[in-house]
Design a protein around this ligand. Structure first.
Ligand SMILES: CC(C)(COP(=O)(O)OP(=O)(O)OC[C@H]1O[C@@H](n2cnc3c(N)ncnc32)[C@H](O)[C@@H]1OP(=O)(O)O)[C@@H](O)C(=O)NCCC(=O)NCCS
Length: 163
């Protein structure tokens, strides 16, 4: 499957398969201090969640540079994971992936998309805010943090009907 996102970045994506998980987990452990396990990904696929892998135009063909996992609720979708390999960050891939996901969800009838983000994760917060997500609440102590403490999660939501 291919898509032409807004900025003209040629993006290739396809559904995540169990065979992709070795590469996905390689990226996951390198970009998060508290990464998902391979079991979290395989359970998500087994549960029927949406998993997508994305190639970058500046990577060798077939090389996974980013991925996303989403859970469908009755009329809303929960974005559980959105990640770009560190070597490909800062070049528009995350925004292109998010644009493609929102367009895909809209076509499939979702009305809104919801996510949690660490307040300390400024790159992600800027991406979401500039993509039309609004902060709608806080989940106290949602994330594990260094030294055994917890970090709150900002809850953000985007109305897909508004574009
Ligand atoms: C968040 C993430 C997906 C963004 O992907 P990316 O490909 O690097 O992002 P893009 O290059 O498309 O940039 C999109 C926007 O993000 C913001 N952004 C990206 N990198 C940033 C940085 N280092 N500092 C500040 N803002 C940044 C900017 O608003 C940018 O828009 P702009 O280029 O118009 O200014 C990526 O940094 C990532 O995978 N991080 C680790 C995993 C993670 O935290 N995922 C989100 C969990 S909620």
């Amino acid at each position: 499957m291919s898509a032409q996102p807004r900025q003209g970045l040629a993006l290739r994506c396809r559904p995540m398969q169990p065979a992709d998980l070795a590469r996905v987990i390689e990226i996951e452990v390198s970009v998060y201090p508290f990464p998902w396990t391979i079991g979290n990904f395989s359970d998500s696929l087994s549960a029927g969640y949406d998993g997508w892998v994305f190639e970058s135009p500046d990577a060798a063909p077939g090389t996974i540079a980013g991925y996303a996992v989403l859970m469908w609720l009755p009329d809303e979708v929960h974005l559980l994971n959105l990640s770009v390999d560190a070597a490909h960050q800062g070049r528009g891939l995350g925004r292109a992936m998010l644009d493609w996901l929102c367009a895909n969800l809209r076509l499939r009838g979702a009305r809104s998309i919801l996510l949690e983000v660490r307040p300390s994760n400024l790159p992600a917060r800027r991406l979401y805010a500039s993509s039309g997500f609004e902060s709608i609440g806080l989940r106290r102590g949602y994330y594990p943090d260094q030294g055994g403490t917890r970090e709150d999660a900002l809850v953000m939501r985007k109305d897909l009907a508004r574009g």
